[in-house]
Each structure stands twice: as structure tokens, then as C-alpha cells.
Write a protein that binds this ligand. Structure first.
Ligand SMILES: [Zn+2]
Length: 277
């Protein structure tokens, strides 16, 4: 499931392919729901002839800015994938949409599970999206002091709180489990019971894990690839995610455990991450 590092990786792999390029057309396959209720002709009428000014990321959203102050917003969700391919490339597996550019590159969206969406958004929509998303964990505004102040007001389990996109934008199941392990915090601890020292460790862990994952071009657990078809390399660095019940803790040798926390499969070390701080 693409999280911040994977979406950032896709963003970087797209820049050379589509920035400065003019949109020629738009094709949608047999799943029109990809456009979130909009009609292909309506979207095409608005984006045809527009030039891509830049590609940004906000939390787990990819935002393709156009030269009329609108943007194409892509949410990969579970299995969505963007591929920049030559026009004559055969239709991809699970391909639902293609944006055709004047340089004969197609930006194609494929998605086995069909949860992903591609939406043409105006300024107001973009502002609303920005407002409902929390802080970017790799930007300045995400400080240990800010995190401590926010967690003090939250009584939910720390894992669920960290997954809340309205608090921190871009964290998902993989990087929350990895961050909590590195910070030695049990995923079921109540957020407001963390000590200042634990919050500082958590803050450092979140940043460290995300930076390393971006450097490793993301994690490919099942299907993730960047826009050029490269798989992520960070998977081999994962210390707990996917290892619960299977591998010993890399720090103490205890068998890692698997539990469901906040409705999500969760891996942790019962010894290094005690239920009490
Ligand atoms: Zn351990």
C-alpha cells in the first residue's frame, strides 16, 4: 500500500516525463468510476491543451499542477499504479485511464482493486484537500514539540493516532509499525501517556524511517512500482512490518508478535515495546 515514501518515489520518477508537456487527450477504460463520478468528456474538455507545470505530493496524494491553476489529483490507495510509457505500449494489466501527452508519452493509471482515483481539481478543491490533511512529517512544521502537544490531547492508541491523516499526512501501516519499533513504544499505548522522552524518540524515528525509505525509493511489499516500473528497495530494511510471528526481534531476539490494532495488522516486539512506558 503506497505511503509517503512510495508516492514521493512516483513523483520523482514522473517529473522528467511529464513536466512541461502538453495534454493531448484522455482515455478511460471500462471502469469510469476512476474519475470519481465525472464524465470523461467533461474532464477532457477542461484539461486538453493544458501544460503540466509541476508534480507535487501532499500526504499520500500526487498532485499534477496544470498551467491554469487547476490540477490532476491522483490517489493510489491500495494497488493503484502510475506508469509513464510510450503511446504504442500495449494496454497494461488493470489499466483504467491514460492521459495522452503531446510528446507521445501516456501517463497510465492501473489498479487491480479499483480503490484509486484520478480527479481534476480546482483551486478550491485543492485548498479543501490541504486543510483536511495534517502536517507533513518531513517538513519543518513537524517538530517534536508540536507532536508532544498534539499527542497530549489524544486518548486513542498511538498506532491509530499516527495513522490519522488529519494529524500527520502520509504515514500508513508500514511506516507506523517501523517507527514505533524504533522508538520502543507499544502500538496500543494511549497517545497521551507517552513521556516527553518517548515522544522525542518517536519523532526522530518517524523522520528517520521516512527519510531512509524515500532514499530507498519506497517499499515494494506486493505490487508497488514507480512510474518507470522500478520496485522499491526499502523492503529489506523493514525490521518488524510483515515479520510478526515469523522472525526474531533484531534488537533482543524475542519472536516478534502480530496483533490487530485499530483494525490493522500490527507487528511489534513484546519485549522492546512494553505496554507501559
Ligand atoms: Zn526486541
Amino acid at each position: 500500500m503506497p505511503e509517503l515514501p512510495e508516492v514521493e518515489t512516483v513523483r520523482r520518477s514522473l517529473i522528467d516525463k511529464i513536466v512541461g508537456q502538453r495534454i493531448r487527450s484522455l482515455r478511460v477504460g471500462d471502469f469510469p468510476g476512476i474519475l470519481a463520478g465525472e464524465r470523461v468528456d467533461d474532464v477532457l474538455a477542461r484539461i486538453a491543451g493544458r501544460v503540466v507545470r509541476g508534480v507535487r505530493r501532499r500526504a499520500k496524494y500526487l498532485i499534477i499542477d496544470l498551467d491554469d491553476d487547476t490540477a490532476i489529483v491522483v490517489h493510489l490507495r491500495m494497488t493503484g499504479r502510475l506508469s509513464a510509457v510510450p503511446r504504442d505500449e500495449p494496454t497494461l494489466r488493470f489499466e483504467h485511464l491514460a492521459i495522452e501527452f503531446a510528446n507521445d508519452i501516456d501517463l497510465r493509471f492501473s489498479d487491480q482493486r479499483k480503490f484509486g482515483r484520478v480527479v481534476h481539481a480546482h483551486r478550491d478543491d485543492l485548498d479543501r484537500l490541504d486543510q483536511r490533511l495534517g502536517r507533513e512529517p518531513l517538513e519543518r512544521g513537524f517538530s517534536a514539540a508540536w507532536l508532544e502537544e498534539r499527542l497530549r490531547r489524544r486518548t486513542g492508541k498511538i498506532k491509530a493516532v499516527l495513522l490519522d491523516q488529519g494529524l500527520i499526512g502520509g504515514l500508513g501501516n508500514i511506516y507506523v509499525d517501523e517507527s514505533l519499533f524504533r522508538a520502543r513504544i507499544h502500538p496500543e499505548r494511549r497517545a497521551n501517556t507517552l513521556t516527553p522522552e518517548e515522544v522525542r524518540r518517536l519523532h526522530r524515528a518517524i523522520r528517520g524511517v521516512l527519510r531512509a525509505a524515500v532514499d530507498g525509493r519506497g517499499t515494494t511489499f506486493s505490487s508497488f512500482e514507480d512510474a518507470e516500473g522500478n520496485r522499491g528497495r526499502y523492503g529489506r530494511e523493514l525490521l518488524v512490518y510483515g515479520h510478526g510471528g515469523k522472525s526474531p526481534c533484531s534488537r533482543c531476539g524475542t519472536l516478534l508478535e502480530r496483533a490487530v490494532v485499530g483494525g490493522r495488522g500490527t507487528s511489534f516486539c513484546p519485549r522492546c515495546q512494553p505496554t507501559r512506558g
